[in-house]
Design a protein around this ligand. Structure first.
Ligand code: ACO
Length: 448
């Protein structure tokens, strides 16, 4: 099979959200801290009737329907998530309800978990499967689903929630350049979830930022080296049209892209003109550690990067800024933003993707886009995802409601024997929602 990659996509995020400006005022943070400091506009969250299982049921059902894919035609289904509702039973098995109806029980794959990276692990598995001798000619299906919630404090505004479903197969409009990949995996305690009684992570915010940037540098180096070996010439940011990042909050994306320009400077790459060289010169002799700590370098790099950021990164920032960190779905929601903003002009473009999961695991990989053919075309994917309408149809809740909800969910986490309000009035038709968790912890869902 040739040009294996993503044939179709669907995205779902909860209709319930809060404006960052409102949350900022409610939390007593200084004005602009969440909106300019973190670069975030709005944050989605699950109400008591939604969770990672309901969101993924919604996304998968909608994808199969809207692209007219026969459920019998799925041969592998993998889920990436770090939201734990069960320590053994995978989210994939819940999704099997959709396929059992059509009599298709022959579907490989389970869940992958490592912070925000599980979706990428699932995606690489599916792509590798289609490229392998075990492939039986059917589609792969990847689902990234997470609800990111943090304890009250500085990390809380970096929450979010969404599910993304992606259909995998040959002759894809979004094809993997499988040789162009670089990974960085290490043992660090930057963000982890050791307390099984709580949904909240333990997070060292500053350390997680540095770990993210170190992994980025390392992946970029590896990818540049591989490119040079394959193509016989140097790689720089000029060789890709777009850069899409895992997006915990937009400020980190700005800093990350700026970091790539500093890497290009260190490599003496062609993307850095004389004026930029002069600006970077004072930082040429910094050690790695010094460079992560230097606020001056950060400022200069962002300045140099600004015009490139506007064309190569900004089109892929809409959903992460509007919905927040969606953990495993974050990178793919950023990519969905690019399709939404640029769908008619993406034929032939190369997109660099950077996936980071704390702990830590990271991969940079390259996608090659082509318009494709109905229903698996870039413009149809943008139409199906209908991002603009979905964002517009949301309901802003006041901060008091948001805080009450967080408390209710804290209380319910890991619990049994309760029914939800079943109030699905804010949900769009076709959305799945949680109705009950019975005395044996079994979860039940309905479709609106
Ligand atoms: N106006 C404008 N900017 C402001 C204002 C203001 N009024 N107040 C603060 N800021 C800026 C700060 O200068 C800082 O920007 P800078 O980094 O460019 O200097 C930014 O807002 C954040 O403020 P800080 O005080 O540095 O950090 P804070 O204590 O608010 O924590 C953090 C931010 C660490 C991101 C926290 O939200 C967190 O821990 N989030 C979860 C961890 C995370 O997302 N890590 C990313 C990688 S791992 C992952 O994906 C989970």
């Amino acid at each position: 099979p040739k040009n294996v990659g993503i044939l179709a996509m669907e995205i779902y995020f909860p209709p319930t959200c809060i404006q960052q400006e409102v949350l900022e005022a409610h939390d007593g943070a200084s004005k602009g801290k969440y909106t300019i400091g973190l670069g975030q506009d709005c944050m989605a969250f699950c109400s008591e009737v939604e969770d990672v299982i309901s969101m993924s049921l919604t996304a998968v059902t909608s994808l199969l329907e809207k692209y007219s894919v026969d459920p019998k035609n799925i041969g592998r289904l993998e889920v990436g998530s770090e939201t734990v509702l069960d320590k053994s039973k995978s989210i994939k098995t819940f999704l099997m309800q959709i396929f059992e109806k059509s009599g298709n029980l022959d579907i490989e794959g389970v869940d992958s978990t490592n912070a925000c990276y599980g979706g990428t692990a699932a995606l690489l598995n599916c792509v590798n499967w289609v490229e392998s001798s075990s492939w039986d000619g059917r589609y792969g299906l990847v689902v990234c689903t997470d609800s990111a919630v943090y304890a009250d404090g500085p990390a809380r505004p970096t929450g979010g929630a969404a599910a993304v479903a992606m259909l995998i197969g040959p002759d894809a409009p979004i094809a993997f350049e499988s040789k162009l990949r670089g990974s960085h995996m290490a043992h660090v305690y930057d963000f982890y979830k050791p307390n099984l009684a709580s949904e909240y992570p333990v997070v060292d915010g500053k350390l997680s930022q540095t770990c993210y940037l170190m992994a980025l540098d390392s992946c970029y180096k590896t990818l540049c080296n591989k490119y040079e070996k394959l193509e016989g010439k140097q790689f720089s940011i000029s060789d890709a049209d777009y850069f899409v990042f895992h997006s915990p909050y937009n400020k980190l994306v700005q800093k990350s892209f700026a970091r790539l320009l500093f890497n290009d400077f260190v490599n003496n790459a062609s993307s850095i003109d004389e004026a930029a060289k002069e600006k970077f010169a004072p930082f040429a002799t910094l050690t790695g550690d010094e460079s992560y700590a230097s606020r001056d370098l950060e400022k200069v790099a962002q300045q140099v990067a600004k015009p490139f950021y506007d064309t190569k990164v900004q089109p892929a920032t809409l959903i992460p800024k509007q919905v927040g960190n969606m953990y495993t779905a974050s990178l793919y929601a950023a990519f969905a933003s690019l399709l939404h903003n640029k769908n008619s002009s993406l034929d032939g473009k190369r997109v660099m993707m950077f996936s980071y999961g704390s702990g830590s695991t990271a991969t940079m990989f390259s996608l090659r886009l082509s318009e494709g053919q109905q229903p698996f075309s870039l413009s149809n994917i943008a139409t199906v995802m209908n991002v603009g309408e979905k964002l517009k149809a949301r309901h802003e809740l006041p901060p008091e409601k948001f805080v009450d909800l967080m408390q209710l969910m804290e209380h319910r986490y890991g619990g049994k024997d309760f029914v939800t309000s079943k109030d699905c009035s804010l949900l769009a038709p076709g959305t799945y929602y949680l109705t009950e968790v019975d005395s044996k912890y079994r979860r039940f869902y309905s479709k609106k």
